[in-house]
Design a protein around this ligand. Structure first.
Ligand SMILES: Cc1cc2nc3c(=O)[nH]c(=O)nc-3n(C[C@H](O)[C@H](O)[C@H](O)COP(=O)(O)OP(=O)(O)OC[C@H]3O[C@@H](n4cnc5c(N)ncnc54)[C@H](O)[C@@H]3O)c2cc1C
Length: 297
């Protein structure tokens, strides 16, 4: 499947959304941003030391001379799988047939070898609703999310749901709502700061950063689910596959499906052989979904 509309920088894909402003300058986004920022850095050179200790007639030392280059994730996961059976001799699957190798891994549910490759992405232009669903995924994921206790003020932005974007009334309501939310948030923050200065005990703290947290953790209570919640997501390839299967399905919520689809396009462009079994399907609401024969590897 060709990957269109992906800009590349140092070979890592990213997708950049526009940022809009209301009349009074409140910022909002209408689609997700995705930027891959880390993939495995693989060097098998040291493996040669291990392979050289076996009898020459096994031909293990040729393993590193395979002329076909794989992506770093593919190379790492293939080595992991071939280590299991010491498949380093001439009978092994060569890199030019790595597609068959990984098909077999997926078919036989030997997916633990895919856990070695971690890929990190920054996601933005996504709402707190989405990240609440996202962080339910546990096995094989790492998350770092902007703190609403620590960060606020001018950095607050909002995300307009796709259902509101093409309907004038819903769009106007959205604009009004986020202007009101932002204004009330600032008013509440300022009032809490004034109470804090007057010595209100529930807002007291010894350190300056704690003072700020005491105010923001209270004033964030009125921020809506449509507040933007940027998050760094790291997952291994097995976990990414599980995420795509669960969240880019027709049963998933449309916002998480949308960012999941962009994540899939990035993953596929980086390391196609680990994601080439996913088939893109057009869903009734105009969004894209994914299907695979191997939902659980
Ligand atoms: C369409 C949809 C609707 C949903 N609706 C709801 C809802 O109404 N309410 C709600 O609370 N949640 C809901 N969820 C969230 C869902 O229940 C999961 O919490 C979420 O999808 C994370 O997936 P996971 O449990 O597979 O976790 P992951 O961390 O992604 O786990 C991957 C796999 O590892 C294994 N695993 C992970 N942790 C454990 C464990 N502790 N013990 C044993 N095996 C484990 C399981 O095989 C699991 O599938 C929904 C999800 C979807 C996709």
């Amino acid at each position: 499947m060709p990957v269109n509309n992906l800009a590349h920088d140092k070979s890592f894909p990213y997708v950049t959304p526009d940022v809009f402003e209301t009349d009074s300058g409140v910022r909002f986004l209408q689609s997700p941003g995705v930027a891959v920022i880390s993939v495995p850095d693989v060097c098998l050179e040291g493996v040669g030391q291990f392979l050289s200790g076996f009898p020459d007639d096994l031909g293990f030392s040729d393993y590193l001379l395979d002329p076909t280059v794989l992506s770093s994730s593919e190379s790492l996961c293939k080595f992991a799988g071939q280590l299991c059976y010491l498949s380093f001799g001439p009978q092994r699957t060569y890199n030019e047939n790595a597609d068959k190798y990984f098909k077999n891994i997926k078919m036989s549910s030997h997916g633990s070898v895919l856990e070695h490759a971690n890929i990190s992405m920054l996601w933005w232009g996504i709402s707190r609703t989405l990240t609440h669903e996202l962080v339910r995924h546990r096995a094989g994921y790492g998350f770092s999310q902007v703190s609403q206790r620590y960060v606020g003020g001018k950095t607050i932005r909002f995300v307009e749901r796709v259902e509101f974007q093409d309907n004038d009334l819903l769009h106007q309501w959205f604009l009004r709502r986020i202007e009101r939310s932002y204004r009330e948030y600032i008013e509440l923050t300022e009032y809490l700061v004034s109470l804090q200065k007057e010595g209100e005990s529930s807002l007291s703290a010894e350190r300056k950063t704690d003072l700020r947290k005491k105010v923001r953790q209270a004033s964030r209570a009125l921020l809506p689910n449509e507040t933007e919640a940027p998050i760094l997501v790291t997952a291994n390839v097995r976990a990414w596959r599980h995420f795509l299967n669960m969240r880019v399905s027709e049963h998933a919520e449309v916002e998480i499906r949308r960012v999941g689809y962009e994540a899939y396009r990035c993953l596929y462009s980086l390391t196609p052989l680990l994601f080439d079994d996913f088939e893109v399907v057009d869903l009734i609401d105009g969004t894209k979904g994914l299907k695979t024969e191997y939902p659980k590897v």
